[in-house]
Design a protein around this ligand. Sequence first.
Ligand SMILES: *[C@@H]1O[C@H](CO)[C@@H](O)[C@H](O)[C@H]1NC(C)=O
Length: 176
Amino acid sequence: MVKLSGVLFILAAIASTNAAVLYRRAPTGGLNVTVESEQLFCSFLPKTQGETIGASESDAVPYCTQANPPNAPGATAFPDGFIKTAHFVTTDTYVQVTGTMDITKFGLDPTDGGGQYDNQGEGSPPGALCTGYEKFVNLVEPSDGIYCIRCCKNPDECDTGKSTEGCHTIIPGDYS
Ligand SMILES: *[C@@H]1O[C@H](CO)[C@@H](O)[C@H](O)[C@H]1NC(C)=O
């Protein structure tokens, strides 16, 4: 009897460990974003509308100009009217989109100075990647109504070390 209950305990422990792993993976879907053109790009956004960007850095999800694009499987489409302008730039080593957003379309907080998503270390959120690129940096600044994302082959060109300086400094570009 002692042996049997020990085995049952171990089986229960294994089952609950597996359940925890499945539970963690199942709801997240893909965590890849993609930046391909002015018409096809993505940004991380909070899992829950109304949450601040900073608070969402550990569990944000990819949103794109269309649902479930081939290079960002599982991503959700941006709400209609959320992206107001988008300016795409491509070089030999990186791609980027910069622009303005209507924060009311996602219930973002107009007093929220913003935050940064990236794949430095484990990633913010963990597991985040930009398809086809080694590194990415993505900022969303509700109080200024701007967002930016750059994906880099050369990690030096995606500076993840100064998030408080914001889009204008980290990803120079057109924010009109
Ligand atoms: C996600 O991005 C990584 C890094 O570029 C890439 O290796 C991987 O194939 C991508 N996954 C999907 C599903 O596109």
